[in-house]
Design a protein around this ligand. Sequence first.
Ligand SMILES: [Ca+2]
Ligand SMILES: [Ca+2]
Ligand SMILES: [Ca+2]
Length: 186
Amino acid sequence: MAGQMGGLSGSTTVTIVITDVNDNPPRFPQKMYQFSVSEGAAVGTPVGRVIATDADMGENTDMSYLIIDEGDLFKVTTDVETQEAVVSIKKPLNFESKRIHSVIVEAVNKHVDSRFVDLGSFRDQTIVKVTVWDIDEPPIFLPAEGAVMEVQEDAKVGSLIGVVTARDPDVMNKPVRYERDNSPLA
Ligand SMILES: [Ca+2]
Ligand SMILES: [Ca+2]
Ligand SMILES: [Ca+2]
């Protein structure tokens, strides 16, 4: 008789593995971050850290950070442990010439899936505002190398040999006081 298969049956387990695809771009939680640093901070000093989030998994969250604006004075590196962007000083800052810098940092996914590029750009930008604070800087001579002056051996005591000037680089431009340094030259 048809249909009588004697009740033989078997079963197997089918494992369905759902693999992640890169369909989520990196996103900075904030459009702006604020940090401050002294104008005397050394080149290489970290100014602050920001991080973009990514709703994907594994390598689909891998991202790199780059600087879009103010890249001459600041640089950004990626902390491989935390995936944070570390903004640091690339060139000395000067309070007297610029007090607030708007550093634009961009996060971009390393492995973009071409099937999802039409969902939009797989990158995001944020503004890192860096406020530079003033320090009291010593006066600087003009020219900085010093000056060579000639005087005749029979010059009278009190006669003018020449003029050197120094100025205070700070905004207050405090008066400069001169002293003779009697220590022997190195
Ligand atoms: Ca992603
Ligand atoms: Ca300065
Ligand atoms: Ca200063």
